[in-house]
Each structure stands twice: as structure tokens, then as C-alpha cells.
Write a protein that binds this ligand. Structure first.
Ligand code: SAM
Length: 274
């Protein structure tokens, strides 16, 4: 995969040289280029912002430096996958609190792309015409990291590149570890423990020391249900409950959920089994 990031603070992206993503770059699994938006300005002060039309607080990022930067990225060659395949438009991700929410499903979807371009906004954001114009060269997706406002898109890009990059084949040493993670199947991960088995008067759950793999798997599944019901009940209506075993349904029953038409339904408060 190739990733291009445009920012007025290219040094903000330096952590992408570290750890698994840095190693993936060294190993050639990920090509990542960071571009300074100011190199695409033409005036002496390298201006990237101006006052907003219609008045109001703050500054808005000027369109032309963005067009120059994005055109130069669009013009640079992608290593062709297959000569027969039609050239696909790269995906341009515009971090924005007004975008679709980033989540694990979107990370998986974007990990399938050959090229991603990230446009880091600052100030009050980028002139909206850039987003419309960019549609000629890119599949444009405004994406939000969450329902809060950051000072710029760089932190959002760090999070998204890490979440996407670790899904690329070969980046995480043991691909099994991706399968059981939080959000991979719509649930949170079960709690994990390591040695020593007894620590400050706290014991590791006995089942994990039993060597009984069936029981361990069931305990972990039920811990996923419990943790998700406690911390993120909003995830449960989307969970595919159609294939749950009787023991799994009963575990959800103890948490106050019934399976109705393949979906989990919360019983009215207090209506738990006797
Ligand atoms: N005026 C904008 C609004 O209210 O939607 C917020 C602009 S914010 C101060 C500056 C930049 O930070 C945005 O252009 C975007 O790139 C980035 N940003 C802020 N919050 C974000 C979030 N939740 N997710 C992704 N990017 C965000």
C-alpha cells in the first residue's frame, strides 16, 4: 500500500517511523510519503490560510495550495498491480469532525486499497471547493476520529494509519492476534493476564490455568459478552446473534439479553432471569 499525507506540520507524522508501522515501511510493506503543504504555495510568506467569506472566527485553508499538492500526488505513479486492471482512483481521506466515523470496519475496508491520501486540515478547515474538486482525481471520504474537535488532522491520521497499517499482510507478526481483537467481531476483547498467576493477592481466573482449551474459549467468549454489555451496550444490537450456541444465549440471558430474530434485545431494566 502507498500512503501520502499532506500537512503544514510534516514533523507531526514522525511517529510513523517507529514501531510496527516504521518496520513495515522499512520492510517495503508500506510506502509512506509526507508532503509539506507550504511547498505548494507561491508567495513569499508561503501562505496557506485566509479569512472566511461571510465573516466569523478563525481562518480557512486556501484552495490553490491544496489543489497543487493533490494534483502532484495524483500525477505520481502507483506501482501497477496488473496491467489489465483499470486504474482505480486513490481514496482521499479528509479528516474532519464532520465526517463519517472511523471504526474497525472502515479500517478493514481502507486496508484493501492500493493508495490512500490524507489531507490534514488546520484552522477552521479546508475551503469546501477543494473537497468537491478533488472528486475528479480521488474517491473523497471525509472521516472523523470521534465526536470531539482536534486542532488539526495530524493526530487523526496517526490513529487511522496505525489502525489500517496493522491490518496489511505481514505487518503484525501473528495474524491470529488480529482475529480475536476488540471490534473484529463486533464485540470487545476478553481480559488478558500474564505471569505471575498470583499477584498482590489477585489470582488469574482458574479456568485459564486449567489447560482445557474448550472451557478457556467459552470463558473468553462469555467475558467478551459481559464486558461489551457493561462497557459498550450500543454495540450489541449490531451483533449477529443468529449462530449463538445455547450456552452463549444463556450467558447473554444472564446479562439481561434475549435473542429475537437473530438479534440481541435488552430486556426491560430489572427483568433478569430468576
Ligand atoms: N471548524 C471545524 C468544524 O467545526 O467541523 C473544525 C476544524 S478543526 C479545529 C481543524 C482540523 O482538525 C479539521 O479540519 C480536521 O482536519 C481536524 N479535526 C478536528 N477534529 C477532528 C476529528 N474529530 N476527526 C478528524 N479530524 C479532526
Amino acid at each position: 500500500m502507498r500512503i501520502d499525507v499532506v500537512s503544514i506540520f510534516p514533523e507531526y507524522l514522525a511517529p510513523l517511523e517507529l514501531s510496527l508501522i516504521g518496520k513495515a515501511r522499512q520492510d517495503g510493506l508500506l510506502e509512506l510519503n509526507v508532503h509539506d503543504l507550504r511547498t505548494f504555495t507561491t508567495d513569499k510568506h508561503r501562505t496557506v490560510d485566509d479569512t472566511p467569506y461571510g465573516g466569523g472566527a478563525g481562518m480557512v485553508m486556501k484552495p490553490e495550495p491544496w489543489a497543487q499538492a493533490l494534483e502532484s500526488i495524483a500525477a505520481s505513479q502507483m506501482p501497477a498491480n496488473s496491467q489489465d486492471e483499470p486504474t482505480k482512483k486513490p481514496v482521499l481521506i479528509v479528516p474532519s469532525p464532520a465526517g463519517e466515523r472511523f471504526n474497525q470496519a472502515l479500517a478493514y475496508e481502507l486496508a484493501e486499497e492500493e493508495q490512500l491520501v490524507f489531507a490534514c486540515g488546520r484552522y477552521e478547515g479546508i475551503d469546501e471547493r477543494v473537497i468537491e474538486w478533488a472528486d475528479e482525481h480521488f474517491t473523497v471520504r471525509p472521516v472523523s476520529l470521534g465526536d470531539y474537535v482536534l486542532n488539526g488532522g495530524e493526530v487523526a491520521v496517526l490513529a487511522m494509519v496505525e489502525a489500517i497499517g496493522r491490518l496489511l499482510p505481514g505487518v503484525v507478526g501473528n495474524p491470529e492476534s488480529l482475529v480475536e481483537e476488540s471490534h473484529s467481531d463486533g464485540l470487545l476483547e476478553y481480559p488478558v493476564y500474564t505471569k505471575p498467576s498470583s499477584w498482590r493477592d489477585r489470582e488469574v481466573p482458574a479456568v485459564l490455568l486449567s489447560g482445557n482449551h474448550g472451557k478457556i474459549a467459552q470463558w473468553r467468549r462469555h467475558e467478551q459478552y459481559r464486558r461489551t454489555a457493561e462497557r459498550r451496550p450500543d454495540l450489541l444490537p449490531e451483533f449477529d446473534a443468529g449462530r449463538l450456541t445455547r450456552a452463549d444465549r444463556s450467558a447473554f440471558g444472564e446479562l439481561g439479553y434475549d435473542v429475537v430474530d437473530g438479534q440481541l434485545r435488552r430486556r426491560p431494566d430489572g427483568d433478569l432471569p430468576a
